[in-house]
Design a binder for this molecule. Sequence first.
Ligand SMILES: *Cc1c(COP(=O)(O)O)cnc(C)c1O
Length: 391
Amino acid sequence: MDIVYMDNNATTKVDPVVLDAMMPYFTEFYGNASSMHSFGGAVGREIAAARDKVAALINAEPGEIIFTSCGTESDSTAIYAAIRSNPNKKHIITSRVEHPAVKNLYEYLAKTGYRVTWVPVDKDGVLDMDFFRRHLSDDTALVSIMWANNESGVIFPIAEIADALKDKGIVFHSDAVQAVGKVPVDVKAVGLDMLSLSGHKLHGPKGVGALYVRKGAKFSPFMIGGHQERGRRGGTENVASIVGLGRASELVKGHLEEMNTRVRALRDRLEEGLLKNTPNALLNGAKDLRLPNTTNISFEYVEGEAILLMMDQFGICASSGSACTSGSLEPSHVLRAMGVPFTAAHGSIRFSLSTYNTEKEVDFVVEKLPPIIERLRHMSPFWKGAGCQLQ
Ligand SMILES: *Cc1c(COP(=O)(O)O)cnc(C)c1O
């Protein structure tokens, strides 16, 4: 059975050209980039070339890119660097819908003496900028707000946030793991201090990420060790993965236009088809302010996990917004922050497309899913209790 993969916000396929670029660094070119011999030196030059490519993707200087092991490490590095370089300030700001990589670290910092402001979003997942502005203070050390949300796909006003922070001595970090490769990201145009990205979210390998640190921004390392990454991140470089991230960066830069035309049209076709063919289906997230590949739809009165299991029988891969990982029935913190009602949050499904998806796949999902929802609703006590009629 063919897989219909629409879970690209969770992880992506390594593009075959990326894998080809990586292979020689597992086999032939195993030298250590720090070695004095030219065998190792050649590897160092490949790392430099990869750094150029990652920098080009976000309009940074190569010297502003630090390779890390993942998006999570980039986030942790940025957040710790910010609070360490402002030891006297004890207030930090973030949004209520961050990825756990930021959310859980902020919760930890809240327990260790930091005052945290969680900026809310409205029912469309749009950030409350007035609330944000009102809560800035002289004690604020750091603002960490994601570029685009992984569940709803909603894009945040990063340039506006950067403007509000100008000349205030507040570090601005953005988790752009979902944005990079899907929408144009230009660090110079926006003017932020730090930005995280991750290899496996943009058709590169798992286990590699990057952190942009603006030239002149205060920084202290998270991984303290050798002199790699100019002392900003110790540890022998993950050469193959770094080369892979470089090649993937080049690739997605070339695919940005396709992402915002063909893939956007596929996403819209999927969304419109599902909303039209399924009663009591609601879109989560501002329609026009989203990543081009993401749609998050609530099918009222059914369980997201049941939908996923039944779609799985057709090889369709997507994600649900109820917390499957923790084994609890809690809807995700993102949907709760958006105020999605209980009966809808439980049946929310996120489809996230990529340049590999086809119209045929979209039409397959639009054909298969509505009958699945109908079947599940016949079994659902909520559906009957709500007194709804199947149409
Ligand atoms: C996936 C993701 C991360 C974590 O990246 P890893 O490389 O898996 O650690 C962080 N933030 C967002 C928004 C993500 O989607």
